[in-house]
Write a protein that binds this ligand. Sequence first.
Ligand SMILES: [Zn+2]
Length: 355
Amino acid sequence: MKKKNKKLDILMILTIIAGVLVLGAAGTLIGLEAGRLQTEVDMAKAERVAKKSAADSGVSAAVAESGLSDSNLTESIDPEAAAMALAATGDVIRGAAVAAIPNVSEYADAVQNGNLVTPIPRNSLENAGTGENPTEGNGFIVCIDAGHETNQITDLEPNGPGSENMKQGVTSGTQGEWSGVYEYQVNLDVTLKLRDALTSRGYTVVLCREINDVTMSNVQRAQIASDANADIFLRIHCNSSDSSSVDGVLCYAPTSSNPYLSEEVIERSQALSRIMRDSQCEETGQEALDNLYQDDMTGINWAKMPVTIVEMGFMSNYEEDMFLTSEDGQDQIVRGLANGVDEYFSQYGKMEAAE
Ligand SMILES: [Zn+2]
């Protein structure tokens, strides 16, 4: 019994030793596997960063080649901040993967170039066109139409409900004389920014288009505003003149005898046009030109609510072309236009439900 017990004891000790050895080996294997996974993650990250770096330098080269300053288009990178980011992430790389990673130098280059410290813009298409407002709404619905599109629609459509005067579905718009940027792009840039600004102020915003490659006539755009039950319809455009010295902001409004719109819609459209022009100019310092009163604008004639066409500036004028195509200029315009929307609703509120 005693002898047998001793044998058992030895067996048990051997079993325990073997168990410890097996566990140790397994632990090492798990550790190695974890390290390998981490290394793969780092390599994939480094590859993404390197690709982004290459893409960014491609953009910079294109901008440089076009002779444009990109100071307004891309955020400038502070080299000191980039160096600090390199030092910080360098430690992380060494700690995460002891094995040499061939892509580390590429990764480090990307960091040094500042690409890692470039903030990722939030998806500007979030909630787009859904009419959904994540914050508490103020009850007002704004429809914004970014004027024009990459295509143009040559098919004709009635200039107003029941009109025999036919006009082109949508024209191609103008182009920056100096920037080369198309008007439809500026209109969309400002529209998306204005959507964000108004949404954060509590408005429900509906857009006619969120991309350039659409086929959408002016009647269809007005229909979107009607379907959305919008309280106002803002049509965003840029102007152009044969004379490069002409600059300033103006809005199009219906005349007091517009045959398609109710008296109330006309009056409010005229007020909206004054307010939007003045509000933009107050924020940007641009000159306020005389608004134009015309009854041949299809998108106005088909509207069922107060409507205006905001001509934000002249792409045929050097300063305004540069201003309209710059981030800073667009941000100023958007603040002005958003202030104008606030001003309009504080003065006029909602219109009584139409017929
Ligand atoms: Zn236009």
